[in-house]
Ligand binder design. Structure first.
Ligand SMILES: *Cc1c(COP(=O)(O)O)cnc(C)c1O
Length: 421
């Protein structure tokens, strides 16, 4: 459920007509709903009610300061995967003890930064990383709290580019080697082993892979405790999928996911962390764009938009589907015609949809890509020197630009000319 609904023949974001924001900001732009972000965060928080838990929002899904601050004020922790994201979380007012540092290749500089600023735990992913972190912490006279990310070798049954929990993926250490690796970690002077971490992939639309993974984590918890480790925290990752089409898909609900967590690991008495990103932000954001031209091709019509693959890369990168809706509500009986929906970038890959059935549209009409809040703006680039897509946040009757569209000068002036030119 989200807060982008038609009312009186127009698409609204909460209490504001999307067309009013487009008139004020210009297109294309990302538009987020505070009520939707809040609702989705609370669904997770409530799904784990009765357990000692922290919902750590995965910052990489949508990392604008205003979004982080909205979630931080609800009590969210943050899961970060780079020094930059750590800095973003801190700048949004998240205390270090609510920040988890994940990622397969943390540098020593990033480790130092997080130890200085405060950190809940590092999720370490390899023996060399453990050794480096122990070194860095010891040099600073600190002890770094860690969980080891284990790779449970389960098939998340999702798109290959976002599956992370199979043996062939680069993530974590094989669960079969976990006891040995934990023994090594316990022997390193700069580390304090606090828990186990697992994250098997993204856009999971079935609970079964989670069940397989969490059962393995439960078993491992008992084995590691028997080996003398004080396993007191389980980080169960993110990955719950969202419906990208309004019709058929019905991914599991956070309540069902919460119940599964309680069932699989609830008896262990551990503090639970989860790291949802997509489900919090995905349906809380849309990308608003205008039609530049409608062009007749050979046996097809192209809808040429002012948004392009540099603004929203998911269709080009993962063959992802986004529902596209006109901002002016079409009549129920309006004729639908097939369009190839494309952007202006000089790549054939800059195609959002082929033969998409839409009501007839004309130059100047506004359209919205639904479910664009996660892995949308954060993956935007300035390819073709198209300014980085602005972002806007709505909260009931008010809206604010939370990242402005850069002027061409700002973009160009980031380059520097060497003295010999
Ligand atoms: C990407 C990622 C997440 C978030 O995944 P979603 O599918 O957006 O919920 C959580 N944890 C880790 C370690 C990640 O890499």
């Amino acid at each position: 459920m989200d807060h982008f609904l038609y009312r009186d023949g127009e698409l609204y974001a909460e209490e504001v007509p999307v067309a009013d924001i487009a008139a004020a900001v210009g297109t294309p732009f990302y538009l987020y709903s505070t009520a939707t972000l809040t609702r989705h965060f609370r669904l997770f928080d409530e799904a784990l009610a009765g357990t000692n838990h922290l919902v750590c929002y995965a910052v990489k899904a949508a990392s604008n300061q205003a979004i982080l601050k909205t979630l931080a004020q609800l009590g969210a922790g943050m899961d970060v995967v780079s020094g930059g994201e750590y800095a973003r979380a801190k700048a949004a007012g998240v205390p270090g003890e609510r920040i988890v540092f994940s990622g397969v290749g943390k540098t020593r500089a990033e480790m130092r930064m997080a130890l200085e600023g405060g950190i809940r735990q590092f999720n370490v992913e390899s023996e060399p990383e453990m050794a480096a972190l122990s070194d860095v912490a010891s040099e600073m006279g600190r002890v770094a709290p860690i969980s080891v990310r284990v790779n449970p070798d389960v098939d998340a049954m999702t798109h290959a580019k976002i599956a992370t929990g199979k043996a062939e993926n680069k993530f974590g250490i094989p669960i079969s080697r976990a006891r040995q690796v934990y023994a090594q970690a316990a022997a390193l002077p700069g580390l304090d082993v606090v828990g186990i971490d697992v994250h098997i992939g993204s856009q999971l639309t079935d609970l079964e892979p989670f069940r397989l993974a969490y059962d393995k984590v439960a078993e491992l918890t008992e084995a590691l405790r028997a080996d003398g480790h004080d396993i007191r925290r389980l980080d169960l990752g993110g990955g719950l999928g969202i419906p990208y089409t309004r019709s058929n898909e019905a991914p599991p609900l956070p309540t069902e996911y919460g119940a599964l967590i309680k069932e699989t690991v609830g008896h262990l008495g551990c503090e639970i962390e989860i790291e949802p990103g997509r489900l919090v932000a995905g349906n809380a954001g849309i990308l608003v764009s205008s039609v530049i031209y409608v062009k007749s091709g050979e046996g097809r019509d192209f809808l040429i938009l002012d948004a392009a693959m540099n603004d929203l890369i998911r269709p080009a990168m993962y063959e992802a589907h986004h529902d596209i809706v006109p901002v002016t509500e079409p009549a129920a009986a309006a004729e639908r015609v097939p369009y190839d929906v494309v952007g202006p970038v000089c790549e054939t890959g800059d195609t959002f949809a082929k033969s998409r059935q839409l009501p007839r549209l004309a130059a100047g009409d506004l359209v919205a890509f639904r479910s664009a809040g996660a892995y949308g703006a954060v993956m935007a680039s300035e390819y073709n020197t198209r300014p980085l897509t602005p972002e806007v946040l709505v909260d009931e009757h008010q809206f604010a630009v939370i990242r402005a569209r850069p002027a061409f000068d700002e973009i160009i002036n980031r380059d520097t000319i060497p003295p010999w030119l």
